[in-house]
Design a protein around this ligand. Structure first.
Ligand SMILES: C[S@@+](CC[C@H](N)C(=O)[O-])C[C@H]1O[C@@H](n2cnc3c(N)ncnc32)[C@H](O)[C@@H]1O
Length: 483
């Protein structure tokens, strides 16, 4: 069978089997295509915060529980408690606090007999078994193709690690000890023209009814977390105006409080970083002020530096193996974040390589490919198994929390070109780490530095790998190539 077959048209859900879709296969007419598979939905047993603090955490349950909402801990029933950890997981999981369950879904094709693993996060409480001994290929087969370009066998030799990796992984690393140099452009002063805004429903009432509205809002299901950068109420004289909801449709108002019909108002899309920005934004709606020191860059722990070290070796390995298959040796990798917020699901890892040669398409750069892959997966996940991906709503209010790469770090072998740097900016990536600078084509410090340009609405940190910290992997490119 030809493994390169791909869908040529929008897929049709296949009613009998939600994990398969029927679509046109290039040159072959219709074909059946695999889909992300839900392998397990585990109901959870919840342990309240006090019960867990007093008893649970002193027992073996501590190795099996997930952080849940309101400080409680959840023990996954069924298979959920038995999935082991891997840095290159083939399962992702989604925590569903509304049904008190966890849904485990494959993130790539899984071979018969292959162990299914999730990513536990970066602070492991045990010494992970080395890949090969356990993990992705724990079935003992000597199989070179793990569909991740042999990633399960990427091994970082202990003696090639810089000395500073010794000691506690929680210790902060001095900037000069990090394996790369970092640069974060300072925030640009906002103007009326560059201010990003969104639309949100509000409703105004007299100050008298204020507390009843507050209480109703607290009880309601209206999504308050997305409004975190805004004050919930604006007081003007005798009236108070409440932000209600970011949904596309007006929210249902409480029956027992007299509130006029909701209106759509324009509000700032992010916190105010400077006093000037605060003035501009507050004129639209009272906004949270969160000043940052100029060019401030977050501190990295040894654990995070080690995570980055591993990720960079993984992406180099990927580029190398695609070079052997006739592609340009460029790869891009978005691993699960080093730290996943409490109660949040760990996103899967995404990897892509440059396919300009095989696709004979000039825009198939590795970074573009990985962003596209993430977008496709997101659309499929939102649609649900067997359904067609939902179209993005251009008018949907947005405040920066749901872009493709929000809070994510992208590792790539070569400095992204201007096109790819712009795509990263639009995706609101947090950090970009690259190995080879591309002086004639790069958009992250080479020919220009996109996130420092006036008028662009996002800043990201750029990390350039220090020379000599990785043996020439044989993937350097002519500096006139764009990556
Ligand atoms: C949720 S349990 C997974 C099921 C467990 N292996 C069992 O036999 O019950 C988590 C425990 O599995 C072990 N474990 C999970 N992933 C591992 C890995 N990659 N390497 C070594 N031990 C692992 C650790 O002992 C950890 O505390």
């Amino acid at each position: 069978m030809d493994p390169a077959s791909s869908l040529t048209e929008a897929p049709q859900p296949y009613p009998n089997e939600p994990n398969c879709i029927v679509g046109n296969s290039e040159g072959k007419g219709r074909g059946v295509f695999g889909y992300q598979t839900v392998v397990e939905i585990s109901p959870v047993l919840l342990l309240g915060k006090e019960e867990y603090e007093a008893h649970g955490r002193f027992t073996i349950l501590d190795d099996y529980t997930f952080k849940w909402k309101n400080g409680s801990m959840a023990l996954a029933l069924g298979l959920g408690s038995l999935f082991n950890h891997s840095n290159f997981p083939n399962l992702s999981y989604a925590i569903d606090t509304s049904s008190d369950s966890i849904r485990y879904t494959t993130t790539r094709n899984v071979k018969q007999g292959e162990e299914l693993c999730i990513y536990y996060g970066s602070n492991l409480w045990f010494e992970p078994a080395r890949p090969g001994a356990a993990g992705l290929s724990s079935n003992g087969r000597n199989d070179d193709d793990d569909e991740w370009g042999g990633l399960s066998r990427v091994e970082i030799l202990p003696d090639s690690l810089p000395a500073f990796f010794q000691g506690s992984m929680d210790d902060t690393v001095q900037a000069e000890d990090l394996p790369f140099e970092r640069f974060k452009p300072p925030p640009e002063e906002e103007t009326l023209e560059t201010l990003r805004t969104g639309k949100i429903f509000d409703s105004t009432t007299d100050n008298f009814a204020k507390w009843s509205v507050f209480q109703w809002l607290r009880r309601s299901e209206l999504d308050a977390s997305e409004l975190g950068h805004l004050k919930r109420v604006r007081k003007q004289g005798d009236t108070s105006t409440f932000l209600l909801s970011v949904s596309a449709l007006p929210p249902t108002l409480p029956k027992d409080i007299s509130l006029p019909p909701p209106f759509l108002v324009t509000v700032p899309a992010s916190v105010a970083l400077t006093p000037t920005s605060l003035n501009l934004k507050t004129a639209l709606w009272p906004t949270v002020y969160a000043p940052r020191r100029k060019g401030e860059i977050e501190e990295w722990s040894k654990g995070k530096a080690r995570w980055a070290w591993d990720a960079m070796h993984v992406v180099v390995r990927e580029a190398l193996q695609w070079r052997e298959r006739g592609e340009l040796p460029i790869a891009a990798y978005v691993p699960p974040p080093y730290e996943v917020p409490d109660g949040a699901s760990s996103p899967p890892a995404f990897m892509a390589h440059d396919t300009r040669q095989s696709a004979t398409h000039p825009l198939r750069h590795a970074v573009m490919n990985v962003i596209r892959h993430i977008a496709d997966e997101r659309a499929r996940a939102e649609a649900g198994p067997g359904k067609e991906p939902v179209e993005a709503q251009p008018d949907a209010p947005s405040n920066g929390t749901n872009y493709l790469l929000t809070s994510q770090t992208l590792f790539t072998t070569h400095e992204p070109c201007i096109m790819c740097s712009m795509a990263l900016l639009h995706s609101r990536v947090k950090e970009v780490v690259y190995l080879f600078p591309m002086d004639k084509t790069g958009g992250c410090g080479g020919v220009t530095c996109l996130p420092t340009l006036p008028g662009v609405n996002h800043r990201f940190t750029i990390c350039r790998w220090k020379e000599g910290l990785m043996k020439d992997a044989g993937i350097s490119l002519d500096d006139s190539t764009d990556a």
